[in-house]
Design a protein around this ligand. Structure first.
Ligand code: ADP
Ligand code: ADP
Length: 228
């Protein structure tokens, strides 16, 4: 479970990006985070994987308190949280296989397990046949599928995605959403910031709307609610 209690974030330049957020997300939920540009969505999401620290308040993820977590514990947290970015962030000199295996190699998982797990997630994202390709040899949608495979190879309980379809065409976007749905169906919590009105209004899930750093709407099967 994810819980934010009275969370505030002021950046060093004085910008108040998150202004008193209280929210609970249960294991297995699928949550969209929506709102205008500059509303604080990325900041909200970054605090969940400890990319940013809250200035005030508590952030609990599966019993771990991120607000008091020592920096040396952050790698342990990241093993329990998969992260997917708009720009994929794949390592350009590594193959698809190596990009995904990397997360397991750093925790010194045994080679047999690594191979099995990498092939399982490549199968899930339907990219087994491109295991030896470099990221530059893939389309944008394929790169995002690799990045999703990498995010789940550790079997995290939570996957956090910041605008994962922001650079993709509509058809590819739906393919990527099918993969997130599948991952969620297997029990993984998904928290996804998005500007994609069609997705939010079609694949109906919980919607948390943020404006000026505050939650202004929280609906179980919500709508996008903005013009885009
Ligand atoms: P969103 O993801 O909804 O567009 P952000 O969380 O990126 O919103 O930004 C919220 C506010 O915080 C904006 O005013 C933005 O300019 C500011 N902000 C974001 N990141 C930083 C940063 N690293 N330093 C200073 N201000 C920031
Ligand atoms: P998109 O239609 O999304 O722009 P591309 O035209 O870039 O996709 O790629 C179409 C297909 O060709 C993809 O399956 C991709 O993996 C493959 N491909 C693209 N560039 C290369 C390359 N340099 N070497 C091998 N395969 C490639």
């Amino acid at each position: 479970m994810i819980e934010l209690k009275d969370v505030y974030k002021t950046y060093p330049n004085g910008v108040l990006a998150v202004d008193g957020i209280n929210v609970k997300i249960r294991q297995g939920e699928f949550v969209y985070v929506v709102g205008p540009s500059g509303a604080g969505k990325s900041t909200f999401i970054k605090m969940m994987y400890r990319e940013e620290k809250p200035s005030k308040g508590a952030i609990l993820i599966n019993g771990m308190d991120l607000s008091h977590m020592k920096d040396k514990k952050v790698p342990l947290l990241r093993r329990n949280i998969g992260v997917v970015f708009q720009d994929y962030k794949l390592l350009p000199t590594l193959s698809v296989y190596e990009n995904i295996a990397f997360a397991l190699e750093v925790i010194e998982e045994n080679p047999k397990t690594i191979k099995k797990r990498v092939m399982e997630v490549l199968d899930l994202v339907k990219l087994k046949h491109k295991a030896r390709f470099l990221p530059t040899e893939l389309s944008g949608g394929e790169q995002q599928r690799v990045s999703i495979a990498r995010s789940i190879v550790n079997k995290p309980q939570v996957v956090i995605a910041d605008e994962p379809t922001g650079n993709l065409d509509p058809e590819t976007t739906w393919e990527i959403m099918d993969i997130f749905k599948e991952i969620n169906d297997r029990g993984t919590t998904i928290v996804m910031a998005t500007h994609n009105k069609d997705i939010v209004n079609t694949i109906k899930r919980r919607v948390i709307a943020i404006e000026a750093g505050k939650i202004v709407r929280d609906q179980a099967r919500g709508v996008y609610g903005y013009e885009s």
